[in-house]
Unconditional design. Structure first.
Length: 134
């Protein structure tokens, strides 16, 4: 089997609009948010097996890494809340080229090789919260 593991630290900087029916913070409503997501890659390992032999690549390690650790993603999302339950979806698109600068310089564009790699992220979540009264 093939396996990809990527771990990163993401720091959002977003604006949000919230609406709750009757002004009750725990009541039904929705949130809309948009902004930037600063992404710092901590670890990116791909493992695969071929003819019984395990091979691995760490995309961030070594003297010549394949991918850049940093990205700035722009996007937003929508959350619906119904008392204890919250359903949300969000999408972010990476603005920075993910190919490491050392790798980009050696690519011959006339040969039709790609020298630009953008990332995107789609998240869907279901959250169950314990309601509180303020």
């Amino acid at each position: 089997y093939d396996k990809t593991q990527r771990h990163s630290l993401q720091v959002p900087l977003e604006l949000m609009y919230s609406y709750r029916k009757d002004g009750d913070i725990n009541g039904p409503g929705f949130d809309i948010h948009a902004g930037a997501l600063f992404d710092f890659g901590l670890f990116h390992m791909v493992t695969w097996y071929e003819s019984g032999t395990e091979s691995r690549i760490n995309f961030f390690a070594g003297d010549n890494p394949l991918l850049s650790r940093y990205d700035i993603k722009l996007g937003g999302g929508l959350d619906f809340q119904w008392y204890w339950f919250r359903l949300g979806v969000e999408y972010h698109y990476g603005m920075l080229n993910q190919l490491h600068p050392n790798l980009r310089t050696g690519i011959d564009q006339s040969a039709g090789l790609i020298n630009n790699l953008q990332s995107s992220q789609l998240s869907v979540r279901l959250t169950i919260t314990y309601p509180t009264n303020y």
